[in-house]
Write a protein that binds this ligand. Structure first.
Ligand SMILES: [Zn+2]
Length: 244
């Protein structure tokens, strides 16, 4: 009997020990499973980074992305004049508030010929004359002086405007349909791009009283029609861009 008692005590100790092992194992397993269920902080950040951000702004239309303007830029042949005292002083304007329309009182001359004349003034040194843009008889557009730089076209308005000279075929000064269309397009483009309204689209005549552009001074109704056509063009472009 004496021999058995220690044997029994040993069994009970082993039994408790095994029970303790089992309880501990189950507890560790349970805690481990719970820890797996709680997402770790780093993982949360990863999930956020992987989630695409919803943009609140509307995507830009094709026309806006291209030029920052609803009116598409017309084809412009950039032939900037050499900086000189007689046609391109290279000075910035004070502010862009007006678009001034002109005609080149020289029938049948081309935009290129007039550009080259402006360029030659740096050598001739006998007069000061230029324009930011010249629109030719076939509707071609040459840029002579960058927008925002002084051109010698509109007298007291030179420091507040961008100027557009137009070629023509005869002494009436009436623009060809191609010249007219390009001038409307270019004016609409500049007006939309620089936020210039209808009343700030003016003639050289409105600055100095000079009969320029002749046909549109003698025919007030045609001048108003020109400004209407410019504003209509801008509205059409806005509709096409879905901004109306
Ligand atoms: Zn003029």
């Amino acid at each position: 009997m004496d021999d058995r008692q220690p044997e029994g005590k040993k069994k009970i100790r082993w039994g408790r020990f095994l029970l303790w092992i089992c309880v501990t194992a189950v507890t560790v397993a349970a805690v481990w499973i719970l820890l797996q269920l709680v997402p770790k902080e780093d993982e949360n950040v990863d999930v956020l980074l992987d989630t695409p951000v919803e943009l609140e702004t509307e995507p830009m239309t094709e026309a806006e992305t291209e030029t920052g303007c609803v009116v598409p830029e017309p084809p412009i042949d950039e032939q900037l004049l050499t900086i000189n005292d007689y046609s391109r002083p290279g000075e910035p304007i004070d502010a862009l508030e007006y678009i001034v329309i002109h005609y080149l009182a020289n029938p049948k001359t081309t935009a290129q010929q007039n550009h080259d004349y402006f360029e030659s003034l740096k050598d001739l040194q006998n007069t000061s004359m230029s324009a930011n843009f010249i629109v030719g008889i076939d509707g071609e557009i040459i840029e002579c002086v960058p927008v925002g730089e002084i051109a010698y076209a509109s007298n007291s308005m030179n420091h507040l405007s961008v100027s557009i000279e137009n070629c023509h075929l005869d002494e009436t000064g009436r623009f060809t349909q191609d010249t007219y269309n390009s001038c409307v397009h270019l004016t609409a483009y500049l007006a939309a791009k620089y936020g210039i309204d209808r009343e700030h689209i003016i003639r050289h005549y409105d600055v100095t009283g000079k009969e320029c552009p002749l046909y549109y001074v003698e025919h007030e109704d045609k001048w108003e029609e020109f400004r209407d056509d410019v504003m209509d063009y801008i509205e059409e472009c806005k509709k096409a861009a879905g901004q109306d």
